[in-house]
Design a protein around this ligand. Structure first.
Ligand code: SF4
Length: 367
């Protein structure tokens, strides 16, 4: 693949403490990881493990499961043992499930300081149990469930309020010499969220889990998350990410992975460069791009494939890509590594591109 040079590199990662969430490192010494959360009832072990397997196949690094009841807590040992990727238990309201999750061998536990009742009294015991098992804790502050005291003080879930909640909780753990923490301060407004993480990054050295919470249906949620994560990761802020979507969780993983690839934080796999089409297009660009994307889905080789509608930008982009088509007069000129290798009728463009991509993939090793 032709290397792309960024006009300006990203800022270096903000130095943080280093955590291990199971086999995955989280912190400035490790690559930014992608997380998601299962939507199955956790107590349904088979369904949950099946969804975790799908998420693993989609490229998920860390998975979170909800634990709202004793039945869910009872399922955690099996899920933690059998999942292919580290499992984080998500606990609200009941401190006793925090202990259950730690005992179950979960790779980490997420607690929400806004809604764990009597939580503060139990920090000492939680810190001791977590330390004994080597279990990191995520302090997951969420605008929708901010501590009432802070809501009253700040009037609403401002960046300062979110950060104050997180740092207060972190200080309670620090009093007991427990520092295996990562923090999130999520808000549904990407601008508030970005400011909150910027403030947090200035005030602590814990690894940060980025998320725009309740970001919306797929299209809106991906746009909000991409804007926010891009703004933060550009500054070196962020160690693990979750794109929250009202959509199947595998979509969250694909979106998160693509955001990291677009920022150059993950090696690019398949990258389709396709034009938006316009009045000059001499082929159906949407159809071609969709068919080529579908035909090459899951291809692991780092290939850039250009699908272009006419001769204005077509030959230039097709030549720059590993593989491409420049279309005109119902025909497509097929480029491989900058050279025209054949010209085919429009009806053969997709199959020819797929054939050539598979051939190239066999000879391409990942960068
Ligand atoms: Fe229009 Fe041609 Fe550019 Fe595609 S490549 S957007 S068809 S000018």
């Amino acid at each position: 693949q032709t290397p792309r040079t960024l006009p300006e590199p990203l800022a270096p990662r903000r130095p943080t403490r280093q955590l291990r969430v199971g086999k995955v490192g989280v912190g400035s010494g490790s690559p930014v990881s992608v997380q998601s959360m299962t939507t199955t009832p956790t107590a349904d072990v088979n369904a949950t493990l099946q969804q975790i397997a799908q998420l693993t196949a989609a490229g998920c690094d860390i998975v979170r499961v909800a634990c709202p009841s004793q039945d869910d807590a009872d399922a955690l040992p099996q899920i933690a043992r059998k999942a292919q990727i580290p499992v984080v238990a998500d606990i609200h309201f009941q401190p006793r499930y925090v202990f259950a999750a730690i005992e179950a061998g979960c790779a980490a536990v997420r607690v929400n300081p806004g809604n764990i009742k009597k939580f503060d009294d139990r920090i000492k015991d939680i810190a001791r149990a977590a330390k004994e098992h080597g279990t990191p804790i995520r302090i997951g502050v969420n605008a929708g469930s901010l501590d009432r005291r802070l809501l009253a003080k700040h009037g609403r879930a401002t960046p300062e309020a979110l950060v104050e909640s997180a740092l207060w909780e972190a200080s309670l753990f620090a009093e007991h010499e427990f520092h295996d923490l990562k923090i999130s301060v999520k808000h549904n407004d990407p601008l508030v969220m970005v400011r909150a993480y910027e403030l947090l990054a200035e005030r602590c050295d814990y690894p940060l889990h980025l998320g725009v919470t309740e970001a919306g249906p797929a299209f809106q949620g991906i746009v909000k998350s991409a804007v926010a994560f891009g703004a933060l990761l550009r500054q070196g802020i962020g160690d693990t990410i979750r794109v929250s979507l009202s959509a199947p969780p595998a979509e969250e993983v694909k979106a998160g992975t693509q955001i990291l690839q677009a920022l150059g934080l993950r090696p690019r796999k398949l990258d389709i460069v396709s034009c938006p089409s316009c009045g000059r297009a001499q082929v159906d660009v949407y159809k071609l791009a969709a068919e080529v994307s579908a035909g090459l889905e899951g291809l692991q080789a780092p290939l850039r494939v250009a699908v272009m509608g006419c001769v204005v930008n077509g030959p230039g982009e097709a030549r720059e890509a590993d593989l491409g088509v420049a279309s005109g007069n119902g025909k497509g000129q097929i480029f491989v590594r900058g050279e025209v290798v054949k010209t085919v009728p429009e009806s053969k463009i997709v199959e020819t591109l797929i054939e050539e991509a598979l051939r190239l993939a066999e000879t391409t090793t990942e960068a």
